[in-house]
Design a protein around this ligand. Structure first.
Ligand code: KIV
Ligand code: ZN
Length: 536
């Protein structure tokens, strides 16, 4: 038996310096407040994660609901069988029945992993689990052994590790390895870690827990240190990082995929011999897709994928960058896909050319969503001279979001306003073939449009956030509106966001409002269908 863990990631990638990138956007990221993705939206994101080249996709928590189970199963069945596909992972509590259900969802993937977790901190054990240390140890052994009966790729996480007494955590980790865990993930569940302290913890675990396993980090961002802690973990010997696109995740989120990957790429001197197989040119698109489907905007100054990440405002900076990009940029925008490629499509392009272009962009859209997206493209081509990939992605993502749900569709919108007279709006929406119409006055045309939608749909809610930006530059740019709503009545307590794009800001707002209403309705239905009320 070895006395120290010296394994890096040989068994996972065959290369001792290979850093396993474990993406949990579809599981931890989906736990962000207000995010609710359905199976088809998750599939779309999983396809893009495969293009990014992550090693693992944590696709969900199958026992949490039928919806989660079906989404994991669909991803395992499809993306999980594509050539060179990432392995698909599902999260599970230690209960044997949960582990079995998790495997049921995963089993069709070419490569599948079960991720078993249990809380180990005094706070969680006392207030949530109501278990003793002996019981947690027994649960760990039972859950991991059961998972090993299904697959030889088993990850174990002691939840709230950074607030767990060290000796107890080491005991639990040793038990997990003895029961067959091949990856030990150390979650900084509440974002309590400080980089040098977290790095020291990883190093200590490597020394004190013998066996053949890969050590992994899972850092939350409550103190804004998730990426720093993750990198400290890698420097200390961790060879798997758990990350989310755009840093999504519970509360302040998780370490951002794009930040961790680019830090490794730009500073190899700090991580000798360590590398990932991520195709960084796909990062910006992954960021945009996730932002659109979740309704979570990306902050302008977000590292790597924010729209200002490569913008230079001061004259001195502009002068420097024009003379030589390296004066003020350490990342080449093209290397992360942050350069707006222009599409050679115009108002005379046909459906076939449109669909062909989508295919080349890696967007697989069919049926009604394709028809709708094509109509929106034609409208756009009438109004806008230059159409970029970002524009196409925006309309396609919006149409996909609409198509997947038996939701309300915007049929028409008429508004009047200005400095004289009361702003008014009339909308027609449809749902499952029924047309619903309403008209209203408001404080402005946007307010009037949203009030009309509220009347037509009958879904009660309160507006808690509204932002408008543009997809690209120029006066004919697509307006990109994000609306946040808090449900009332039957949807009370649910917070959602919705996104809409159009060259007309009032129309974009109406689309965003309706997308948010559809989300409210969907979450309400999903909550009603939820079998077990649990969450990691
Ligand atoms: O933050 C956390 O502890 C988790 C675990 C389930 C790994 O997400
Ligand atoms: Zn987490």
């Amino acid at each position: 038996m070895t006395t120290e863990n010296s394994r890096t990631a040989e068994t996972a990638g065959g290369d001792p310096g290979h850093l396993v990138v474990f993406d949990t956007t579809l599981r931890d990221g989906e736990q962000s407040p207000g995010i609710s993705l359905d199976a088809a939206e998750k599939l779309e994101i999983a396809e893009q994660l495969a293009r990014v080249g992550v090693d693992y996709i944590e696709a969900g928590f199958p026992v949490a609901s039928l919806g989660d189970f079906e989404a994991v199963q669909a991803i395992a069945r499809t993306v999980g069988n594509e050539p060179g596909a990432p392995a698909i992972c599902g999260l599970s509590r230690t209960h044997v029945a949960d582990v079995d259900r998790c495997w049921e969802a995963l089993r069709e993937a070419a490569r599948a992993r079960i991720h078993v977790f249990i809380s180990t901190s005094p706070q969680h054990m006392e207030h949530m689990l109501k278990m003793t240390q002996a019981q947690v140890l027994a649960e760990t052994r039972a859950g991991v052994s059961r998972a090993r009966e299904h697959t030889d790729d088993v990850e174990f996480s002691p939840q709230d590790a950074t607030r767990t007494p060290l000796e107890f955590m080491l005991e639990v980790l040793r038990a997990a390895v003895e029961a067959g865990a091949t990856t030990l993930n150390i979650p900084d569940t509440v974002g309590y870690g400080i980089p040098w302290d977290f790095g020291a913890l990883i190093q200590h675990i490597r020394k004190q827990v013998p066996g053949d396993y890969v050590l992994s980090t899972h850092c939350h961002n409550d103190l804004g240190l998730a990426t720093a802690n993750t990198l400290a973990g890698v420097q200390a010997g961790a060879r798997q990082v758990e990350v989310c696109v755009n840093g999504l995740g519970e509360r302040a989120g998780n370490a951002a995929l794009e930040e961790v990957v680019m830090a490794l790429r730009i500073r190899p001197d700090q991580f000798p011999g360590v590398s990932t197989t991520v195709r960084t040119e796909e990062l910006a698109r992954a960021s945009r897709l996730v932002s659109r489907l979740t309704g979570y905007p990306v902050q302008y100054n977000k590292a790597v994928v924010g729209r200002n990440a490569f913008a230079h405002e001061s004259g001195i900076h502009q002068h420097g960058v024009l003379a030589d990009r390296s004066t003020y940029e350490i990342i080449d925008a093209a290397s992360v896909g942050q350069v707006g490629r222009q599409i050679v499509l115009g108002k005379h392009s046909g459906r076939h050319a449109f669909s062909d272009t989508l295919g080349k962009m890696g967007l697989h859209v069919q049926g009604d969503a394709l028809n709708q997206a094509f109509l929106r493209f034609k409208e756009l081509a009438d109004r806008k001279v230059e159409i970029t990939e970002a524009d196409i992605e925006a309309i396609v993502a919006e149409e996909l979001g609409q198509d997947l749900v038996e939701g309300f569709q915007l049929e028409s919108l008429e508004v009047s306003g200005g400095t004289v007279g009361m702003p008014r709006a009339r909308v027609v929406v449809s749902r499952a073939g029924d047309k619903l119409e309403a008209a209203s006055e408001g404080n402005g045309m946007i307010d009037a449009a949203c009030r009309s939608i509220r009347q037509a749909t009958g879904v009660e809610s309160r507006l808690i956030g509204f932002t408008v930006s543009s997809v690209t530059g120029g006066v004919d740019a697509l307006g990109d509106v994000v609306v946040q709503l808090e449900g009332e009545g039957r949807t009370a307590g649910i917070k959602v966001s919705g996104r809409g794009v159009s060259t007309d800001v009032v129309e974009a707002s109406a689309r965003a409002y309706l997308a948010a209403v559809n989300r409210l309705v969907r979450i309400r239905a999903r909550n009603e269908e939820r079998q077990v009320e649990i969450g990691p």
